[in-house]
Design a protein around this ligand. Structure first.
Ligand SMILES: [Zn+2]
Length: 458
């Protein structure tokens, strides 16, 4: 699908830039994104842009580079292209090629961050490079952003930027293009592209259980650690109820629509609070895709961090577990606690409490915008015969912060993936890698979309 006008040497330079970024270890924690930010800053300067590098920590900066529209042509509010440069940890023992090697095997470029999301950093810069060199007469400012600290909660990155320097983001940008969407999903012989328009919320909770403290050489009955273990077992073995939202409905229908027949007829039932959980295993065969669909239909609550006694020979008076709760649209930390209370009360009686460590609500962006329609058209043209639908993701991205500026935020990181590559298993998974041809296809697709959108008055 190579656009004839995209210079091959610029595609090769994008591969090289991605490899350079992958070779910097930005594992978060601690992040240390500075060296990667420097690479992006040098690239922006080579285009004649003047990147600002700002943040609360010198080793963890955020970069913002504005490509300004000619004031005489500027009729629209800014568009932000956003990526994060930090990555989640990788265990080299589990990888075929070292996770910070940027290894290129002729087909794939390997490395932690290839997909999530240094690939988009290189893609966005390649698109910017092409359009700046073409001197495209843009009708709005384009703001390229590379933040730190997305993977650990966004506090030093986009959250800081939105709270402290919204001026750098144009104060009130109209659109943000960010991860997670635009990649090929293969399902029952069809190709789908989802554009992310919604994210689940976060409710990080702590469950604290009270008990009788004492010396652990004695046979004590009321041990808080044992009670906590029973509560965790109950939470782990109970499926929380379905909350079919309009966002989830559009996503599930989008998947089943082109198939017609049984799957499409089943789709209303998949959303049904009673039938949905029972039918899902038959409707979606792949476990990772099933987890994604289930994840958007209900709250989830995964126990992660445990705390009990500081000493092996002391029974603590209390024990606690931190629970990573994720909220379906319309849900709150309070409503999740109600659901969990119904599970733990029969086990614990009254000797427990839930506290909220952190909460951020689910976010939804309208798909009724010119940019959304342009993205749909672009994907359908770039991969004829494919299907495009709006999606909701179970996790969060920097978009939850940009939403506070009033921007419509979309996950649009076009990436053509072969059938044997399942995006969900590469995202934070072992052997993360990106197919070079699909990456170049994404650069051309993103560039073409921006070229049209930035010169069409809405
Ligand atoms: Zn990411």
């Amino acid at each position: 699908m190579a656009a004839p006008d995209f210079p091959a040497e610029e595609l090769e330079a994008a591969t090289q830039l991605l490899q350079d970024l992958l070779r910097v270890d930005t594992t978060n924690p601690p992040g240390n994104e500075r060296e990667a930010t420097d690479i992006v800053a040098r690239h922006c300067r080579s285009l004649g842009l003047h990147p600002e590098v700002v943040g609360p920590h010198s080793e963890r900066p955020n970069l913002v580079a504005k490509w300004s529209a000619d004031p005489a042509k500027r009729t629209e509010r800014p568009l932000v292209l956003s990526c994060h440069l930090d990555v989640v940890p990788a265990d080299p023992a589990r990888w075929t090629h070292p996770p910070f090697s940027g290894h290129h095997d002729g087909e794939y470029i390997w490395g932690r961050g290839a997909i999530d999301m240094k690939g988009f950093a290189a893609m966005g810069l390649a698109a910017l490079t092409r359009l700046v060199r073409e001197e495209l007469p843009i009708n709005r400012d384009v703001i390229f952003v590379a933040v730190c600290d997305e993977e650990a909660g966004t506090r030093h990155g986009s959250e800081w930027l939105v709270d402290e320097r919204p001026d750098l983001l144009g104060d009130n940008p109209e659109y943000v293009i960010n991860e997670v969407g635009g990649f090929t999903i293969h399902q029952h012989g069809q190709r789908f592209y989802s554009i992310q328009v919604a994210e689940k919320g976060v409710a990080w909770l702590r469950l604290t259980v009270e008990g009788q403290p004492g010396h652990s050489s004695l046979p004590l009955k009321d041990n808080a650690v044992v009670s906590l273990a029973k509560a965790i077992e109950a939470i782990g073995s109970t499926q929380l109820p379905w909350h079919p939202s309009p966002e989830a409905e559009r996503y599930v229908r989008g998947f089943t629509e082109p198939e017609g027949g049984i799957a499409h007829k089943l789709s209303p039932l998949l959303l049904h609070p009673f039938w949905g959980p029972r039918l899902l295993p038959y409707a979606v065969a792949s476990p990772s895709k099933r987890a994604t669909v289930e994840g958007v239909l209900r709250n989830t609550a995964n126990p992660t961090c445990l705390a009990g006694s500081p000493a092996i020979n002391t029974i603590p008076g209390s024990a606690s577990v931190d629970i990573d709760g994720r909220l379906a649209p319309g849900q709150t930390a309070e409503s999740l606690i109600e659901e969990l209370t119904a599970i733990v009360r029969p086990v614990l009686g009254e000797n427990y409490k839930f506290t909220v460590i952190q909460e951020s609500p689910p976010v939804t962006f309208t798909s009724d915008t010119p940019l959304y329609r342009e993205m749909v058209e672009t994907l359908k043209q770039a991969d004829p015969g494919s299907h495009v639908m709006p999606s909701i993701i179970p996790g969060f991205t920097d978009s939850r912060n940009y939403a506070k500026l009033g921007a419509h935020c979309y996950g649009f990181y076009p990436l053509q993936l072969p059938e044997e590559i399942d995006f969900a298993t590469l995202f934070h998974g072992d052997d993360e890698r990106i197919p070079e041809t699909g990456f170049h296809w994404g650069i051309e697709t993103l560039t073409g979309m921006l070229r049209r959108f930035l010169t069409t008055d809405q």
